[in-house]
Design a protein around this ligand. Structure first.
Ligand SMILES: Cc1ncc(COP(=O)(O)O)c(C=O)c1O
Length: 371
């Protein structure tokens, strides 16, 4: 007879475990890792110094509400520190939002190639994921609105999106908010916002300031180069901040992370260097890869999506294997419904040149394989 064993709540076993970007290649060589949208510049040296200094007091619990970090973020962006909630990466905040606002019978919407953590967060809470189609690998506001039902409670929107690198302009985000019922929480995940300088882009601060049902999430993992420390923040309506503060772990951000985060956000010159580096190399990669005959989705972030032909010998999988044999790691994105693509993070100059040279070798140096 089958034993009566503990069972997880409904939905949890439907979750596919998140597979992070790979970081090792066979043979133990140090790889060129362009698989996780990390910055090639690393963190601000001041952040590293602050992190080291924090080692002097590891026996002490951190300040639970991460007050000094919230104040530093508030100063940087002119925000109300009371409405900022910090988390162990923005992943934690995306999950806490689902934990707070979703349960069995509820629906939450994200887009076809939306960040995979949304699905995990939704299913973890017994709610139903609803996938709104994109148009040309871009968020389609009308498709999201068409998928709203009486049960919709949350919409997750990455802007720019990972892994496509595309974004929608602020007037489209406003139109989305205006079209959603007021009971629906709109979550604007702006993990790559610091890389976008377009007149028609706004990360979400404006809508959080002007509506009671929009949250923006941000991260220190990307342009600030502190992915290993796990620091994210949410800017929220006061009521939502109150909810997230009730749910978060009492000490969810460590003291070294708080110290490094403050130093990072105060080092505007380092952030500018990281921005400039990306602004130089993203278009270079786009045009060099396009010259090889591979289609590239135009990106505003620090990564881009490369499209490969279906032909097995020239496919995304074949290319990934080839690059790995040269110790270069890109990100497979079949899990995002993009089996014919690889995602490439902008690396250092040497890394970018190495990946283009290896891609050229893969497609055959005369190019023109089509895509
Ligand atoms: C769109 C998007 N949102 C959120 C995150 C999570 O970032 P973190 O948990 O490191 O803050 C990522 C990381 O890849 C991302 O691509």
């Amino acid at each position: 007879m089958a034993a009566n064993l503990p069972e997880p709540k409904p939905g949890i076993l439907d979750i596919d475990i998140y597979v992070p970007g790979e970081s090792h290649v066979p043979g133990g060589l140090k790889p060129v890792k362009l698989s996780s949208n990390e910055t090639p510049l690393g963190p601000s040296p001041r952040a590293v110094e602050a992190y080291r200094a924090a080692a002097a007091e590891l026996e002490r619990y951190p300040d639970g509400p991460a007050t000094t970090l919230r104040q530093a973020i508030a100063r940087r962006y002119g925000l109300d520190a009371q409405r900022i909630v910090c988390g162990a990466g923005s992943d934690e905040l995306l999950s806490l939002i689902a934990h707070a606002y979703l349960g069995p019978g509820d629906e939450a919407i994200y887009t076809t190639h939306g960040f995979l953590v949304y699905r995990i967060a939704i299913l973890s809470n017994g709610a139903t994921p609803v996938v709104a189609p994109e148009r040309d690998l871009r968020t389609d506001v009308d498709a999201i609105l068409a998928n709203v039902t009486d049960r919709t409670r949350v919409v997750y929107l990455a802007n720019p999106n990972n892994p496509t690198g595309t974004y929608i302009p602020v007037h489209e985000v406003r139109r989305l908010r205006a079209g959603l019922p007021s009971r629906v929480l709109l979550v604007l995940d702006a993990a790559y916002a610091e890389y976008v300088r377009r007149n028609d882009y706004e990360a979400g601060i404006e809508l959080v300031a002007t509506t009671p049902n929009t949250v923006m999430t941000r991260t220190f993992s990307k342009i600030h180069g502190l992915a290993s420390l796990r620091i994210g923040w949410a800017y929220c309506p006061e009521a939502v901040a109150g909810v997230l503060n009730r749910l978060r772990g009492p000490f969810n951000v460590s003291s070294p992370a708080i110290a490094a985060g403050i130093a990072a956000i105060e080092d505007g010159a380092h952030e500018e260097r990281a921005f400039e580096h990306n602004a130089r190399w993203l278009p270079w990669l786009e045009s060099e890869i396009a010259r090889l005959g591979l289609a590239v989705t135009p990106s505003v972030a620090n990564f881009l999506l490369i499209h490969f032909p279906r032909d097995k010998a020239k496919s995304a999988v074949a290319c990934d294997e080839f690059l790995k044999s040269r110790a270069i790691i890109l990100r497979r994105v079949a899990g995002y419904g993009l089996p014919d693509c690889l995602r490439l993070t902008v690396g250092s100059e040497a890394e970018n040149r190495a990946v283009v040279a290896a891609l050229a070798e893969f497609v055959g140096s005369s190019g023109g394989t089509g895509a």
